[in-house]
Every structure is written in structure tokens, then in C-alpha cells.
Design a protein around this ligand. Structure first.
Ligand SMILES: [Mn+2]
Length: 327
């Protein structure tokens, strides 16, 4: 679907439902809210309904408290009365989890705005594509090219959070000159980059940082010195008062070591364990994850195994990781 078609669809319709993926990140929440402000400028009726509650470090983005947590009793009738269902930052219906049925049953206009690979053919009206660094960048382009609304501070604030986080603070490989130019425009509209970064990233609980400290003391390299791995015992979480989500991002410390090409975090759970894998360049950690019932992308993958002991898997996983290193 082109921007021209999207603009026409918006102009023709009145009641909109917006939703995003499970465990929403700042691109998910920021894109939804930017699109919400765009639609409300045009006097549309808009409801933003998500499977999850907004994570605590992203609640500041929802300064007008518009995001609702999906409850079929309340929302199924609201969705049935809408004429347009827009999902943002995902392109496979099962990633809205409890809301999937409401989307599959929706017979009126469905629109998907996303930048992930391999969108599900279920979505006929796709906007965006993999050339975009973030869903927020698609919305920026749409606003600029269609001139559907004027860019304002509220929209710019959401788009900044979306694009800053999805580009890894402007360092991932889709960070282009164009991104920096559009970011300059967002800052001109009054967005404070120091404030947004601090609110998203510098709000950790003490327990999380203590857990990171313990994880880092377990860091080891394999014989090739190209693979770094860490282990976290379930006992540590309980003792420190940390939660499963606190472990997000720890694996990246493995890749921050000079010469390391693959990083693996082994994370023990009550009924099994989880692995997070990261790699540089062409090393396919998704293939490694596949061998252990997992999956993902070439440079970021993972797996969760039930009813097995983590210690029995560390050696075989590292051996297979060495294999992919040498492919
Ligand atoms: Mn995204």
C-alpha cells in the first residue's frame, strides 16, 4: 500500500484501532502514539489497545494515558465497531497474542505498518519495508510525503524515542544520513535527546545491576577466543530480587569484547533454561539456535528448553557455536 493509498484510507474512515506486538519496545509504543496523535489531529476516533501493559520505563511516552490493556469483555465490541485496524511494528498476526482472534475476525480495513523481514501474506495492506530503520521512520516519511498533518512536538517526541531505540542510539547498520537529517528536524521541534535517553535507559532497578555484576563474573572465552559466554543461575534472581526481564541485553556485553564474534548467555530457569545468542558479521546464530529448538535472525537468536539441566547443554552448544564460526 502506497502512502497515497494510506492517506486516502485514513481520510475515508473514521474509527481506528491501533495495536502493537507482545513485549512492546519504544518503537512499538512510540509509533502507536505518533500515529494516534496524527489521527486525532484529523478528528478521528482512535483507541490504542495492546496485549501487554506498557513496560514501566516507557510509560512516560504515554503522557495522555491513551494506551489500554486488551480485555475482551471491554474491547471486542469496540473493535467490532471500528472501521480500520492498524497494527504497527509487527507483521505476523500471532505477535499480538491475545488480540490475534480479534484481528483475524476483523472484516473491514486492516493495515500493517512495519519494517521487519518476511511479513505474513495475511497483510494485504503493507506500509513500510526493510529499508526502514524503525516503524517510527515510516511514519515520519508518511507525514512528510503525504502532508496529511504538520509534524508537531508531540508526534516528534514519539518518533524520536522510536528511531533512537531501534537504531541502537544511531549505530546499527540502517542508520543513514537521512536518519540524522530527520532527527535534526525532531530536535528543532523541541525534543530533548538527553531526557528521552535517560527515561528509557537509565531507570534500572538496583537488583538488575547487581545481577549483571554476578553474570559478568561468570564470563568466559572458548579456546578460539572468538566466543564469549556467561551463565546466570536461577538462585541468583531469587536472592537479589531480580526478575526474568532484567536479563534482557546482558548478552551484548559478550560481544563488546575485542575479537569476540559470538556471544551466548545461558540463563537458568525453574523448569529449564534459556539461551540468548548474538553474533557479528555473517555468523548465523539463528542456525545454532535452530539446533536447540530455537530461532531468530542471523545476528540475534535464542532458544528456551524445558525440563532439562542447563549444565548438560553448555559444552555441546559451545561446540556447535565453534562449528558455525568456521563455516
Ligand atoms: Mn521496530
Amino acid at each position: 500500500m502506497t502512502f497515497v493509498e494510506l492517506k486516502k484510507t485514513i481520510e475515508r474512515n473514521k474509527r481506528f484501532i491501533l495495536s502493537t506486538h507482545v513485549n512492546p519496545d519504544a518503537d512499538a509504543i512510540g509509533s502507536e502514539l505518533a500515529f494516534y496523535y496524527l489521527l486525532t489531529e484529523l478528528n478521528k476516533e482512535v483507541r490504542v489497545i495492546n496485549h501487554n501493559e506498557t513496560p514501566y520505563n516507557l510509560r512516560f511516552l504515554d503522557f495522555d494515558s491513551v494506551i489500554e490493556k486488551y480485555d475482551p469483555v471491554i474491547h471486542d465490541s469496540v473493535i467490532a465497531e471500528a472501521d480500520t485496524y492498524v497494527i504497527l511494528d509487527l507483521s505476523t498476526p500471532n505477535r499480538i497474542v491475545s488480540m490475534e482472534k480479534s484481528l483475524l475476525n476483523f472484516t473491514k480495513t486492516k493495515i500493517c505498518i512495519d519494517h521487519h523481514e518476511n511479513p505474513d501474506p495475511f497483510f494485504v495492506n503493507m506500509v513500510g519495508g526493510t529499508s526502514y530503520s524503525a516503524t517510527g521512520e515510516i511514519i515520519y516519511d508518511f507525514i512528510k510525503k503525504s502532508k496529511i498533518v504538520e509534524l508537531n512536538y508531540k508526534i516528534a517526541y514519539q518518533l524520536y524515542a522510536a528511531i533512537m531505540t531501534d537504531t541502537g542510539s544511531f549505530r546499527f547498520d540502517r542508520t543513514s544520513a537521512k536518519i540524522h537529517i530527520l532527527i535534526a528536524e525532531l530536535l528543532t521541534l523541541g525534543v530533548d535527546p538527553t531526557e528521552v535517553y535517560d527515561k528509557i535507559y537509565d531507570q534500572s532497578n538496583l537488583a538488575k545491576i547487581k545481577l549483571l555484576g554476578e553474570a559478568l563474573t561468570t564470563l568466559k572465552l572458548t579456546k578460539s577466543k572468538k566466543i564469549a559466554y556467561m551463565t546466570i543461575r536461577n538462585e541468583s534472581l531469587e536472592r537479589l530480587g531480580a526478575v526474568e526481564d532484567d536479563v534482557d541485553g546482558f548478552v551484548n556485553y559478550c560481544l563488546s569484547i575485542k575479537g569476540i564474534l559470538v556471544g551466548i548467555l545461558f540463563f537458568e530457569l525453574k523448569d529449564g533454561f534459556k539461551m540468548s545468542m548474538r553474533s557479528k558479521g555473517k555468523i548465523p546464530v539463528n542456525k545454532l539456535a535452530n539446533e536447540f529448538d530455537g530461532g531468530g535472525h542471523r545476528n540475534a537468536a535464542g532458544s528456551r528448553l524445558f525440563k532439562v539441566k542447563m549444565k548438560d547443554y553448555i559444552k555441546p552448544v559451545l561446540e556447535r557455536a565453534e562449528f558455525y564460526l568456521n563455516q
